[in-house]
Unconditional design. Sequence first.
Length: 192
Amino acid sequence: MTEQSSYRHLREFREAFDKPEPLAWPEISHGQLLMMMSPKKQHQLVAHRLRTQLEPQLSADLVLMLETDMEDPGLGVLRVPDLVVIDEEEATAESDAIDPRRCHLVIEIVSRSNPSNDYEGKLRDYPAMGVPHYLIVDPRDGSAVHHWAPTRRTGAPTYDNRQHYTFSDIITVADWKIDTAALPRYSQDTGR
């Protein structure tokens, strides 16, 4: 079975799937269906604060979307970014999923239940999909990492550049600024 046919089967299964609580919609990567817990309120508060900072900075031809399918069938990858900045034209296109080549920024908020998904799996998939800017925000320890300039120079897709931040820094991504001092850290007794 090829990667594409395996992806098609997983995609069909996902569409027919009855999502049990408390799981989020599954993602697909490298022939696997990836199940995650639904975001908890602290995770959603970080997403809200990021959204309220970014939206006023976007030009009229850009849209910020939350938890929307983004897929590259050729790679056999379907991800559901926490936040993604895309062209307005892509937001109104016929397809159900975002074309990653039409996005400008993906932001993932690290969950306690599966941090490797953001730091490893998505850090492998997003440059392969051509995502130009990938920002990982980690409320577990109050840090963030901005990755940009996807490349294949070293064989496997990766990002040429990265910059580390702590919650108190101002992050600059393209023409946008994010004040991380406004982002809460997770409390000790709750999850994602």
